[in-house]
Write a protein that binds this ligand. Structure first.
Ligand code: F6R
Length: 368
């Protein structure tokens, strides 16, 4: 069942190109700049939306943050994202004009279901983005969109994160085009990034040997810090979550600019910093933060944009380890995330952790 892999997690990491192809299959018309995600959102309704509120937990919450950044900065629709267990609906005068989007792989997460129930009771329109046909969230929301990643068995979410972000990008394009806030040219550019995802992710998977070496070299560090800006920020949070879940090491994710406001006190030559330096993560500004941690002796593992010749765009001379990321525009941090998944996996494997069933965790969290 694990098709020759030692763990489901590794199998699922490697399934990402295929999962992403399924996610986007038949949904994009790149020439037209349009998408069809089989959702019944009438254009009069889409026009009337005043705010989108995304609710989700854990990894799905980070996928939601990625989407919120797209919706706000690229598509120009006011969007908030909240941890489902903290969510209170405040819908203003006409709650129906708030679209509440639940992102949940399983469709059974109790915190997310209860957030959606609160939103519904208050009169909001609800939409589920999920991997699971027939799940509770599908029955309880007004509409649903499927991420089509295929079943995920490892407790740590991997391929579903990639497919969630890809699906939410398609949904963002759909909403932005319907409202006229996303230009035809920008829509085509975003769809081109989505179209590139499967091959770009394959490009990272092809470098697994290198990231395994890096993981072994740094496995015994005191702590690990993940940094990124803009689309790199949710990926930094996700990288740290994955590592702590399966390796039990101390890991934290920060917006790169926040390091100097506190966390820098923890940085030593025993705390590697994993930095996102790709397109979509403001690499030039983040390089300044890289210099700050290097001045404290921290080794820096950077994911940087590779150009067509495999050359690195950001200045790699500063980095202890330089991991090239194939071009995918604002989705490059999502591609780089595959390095962080492999890093977490190989650190945990080096330590002999029970990767598919980490202690204290369940695949689907059905208590609040
Ligand atoms: C982390 C992980 C969890 C889930 C969270 C939400 O690897 O898997 O953080 O993302 O429990 O689960 P779903 O998406 O099923 O609502």
């Amino acid at each position: 069942e694990k098709s020759g892999y030692d763990h489901y997690m590794l199998k699922e990491i490697h399934e990402q190109p295929r999962a992403l192809r399924q996610t986007i299959s038949g949904r994009i018309d790149a020439d037209d700049g349009t998408v069809d995600v089989d959702v019944d959102l009438p254009s009069e309704y889409v026009d009337s939306i005043e705010e989108i509120q995304i609710v989700a937990c854990g990894t799905s919450n980070y996928a939601g943050r990625y989407a919120a950044e797209l919706l706000e900065s690229v598509v120009d629709v006011r969007t908030t994202v909240e941890v489902a267990s903290e969510y209170e609906f405040d819908g203003g005068r006409d709650p129906w004009r708030t679209l509440v989007v639940a992102v949940t792989q399983s469709g059974e997460t109790a915190d997310t279901l209860s957030a959606i129930r609160r939103a519904k009771r208050a009169g909001a329109r609800t939409l589920a983005v999920t991997n699971t046909l027939g799940s509770t969230i599908v029955r309880e929301t007004d509409d649903s969109v499927f991420i089509r990643a295929g079943p995920e068995i490892g407790v740590a979410a991997t391929k579903t994160f990639a497919s969630q972000v890809a699906t939410l990008t398609l949904l963002a394009v759909r909403i932005g085009r319907a409202r006229g806030s996303l230009s035809y040219a920008r829509a085509r550019e975003l769809l081109e990034s989505v179209r590139r995802l499967p091959n770009a992710v394959q490009g990272v998977l092809d470098r697994e040997d290198r990231i395994r070496e890096v993981a072994r070299e740094y496995a015994d560090s005191d702590a690990f810090f993940f940094v990124g800006r803009r689309f790199g920020h949710p990926v930094a949070l996700e990288g740290a979550l994955k590592l702590k879940e399966i390796s039990y090491d101390h890991a934290e994710g920060f917006p790169a600019g926040e390091l100097k406001h506190g966390p820098l006190a923890l940085v030593t030559d025993e705390t590697p910093v994993l930095a996102l330096l790709t397109d979509g993560s403001r690499p030039d500004e983040t390089l300044n933060n890289v210099k700050e941690v290097q001045a404290r002796g921290a080794p820096v593992i950077g994911a940087t944009t590779a150009d067509g010749d495999g050359e690195v765009a950001a200045d790699p001379t500063h980095l202890d380890v330089d991991l090239p990321v194939p071009a995918a525009g604002v989705l490059e941090p999502l591609v780089a995330n595959v390095y962080w998944q492999l890093f977490a996996y190989h650190v945990a494997d080096e330590k002999g952790r029970p990767i598919d069933r980490p202690r204290n965790l369940a695949k689907s969290v059905t208590v609040e």
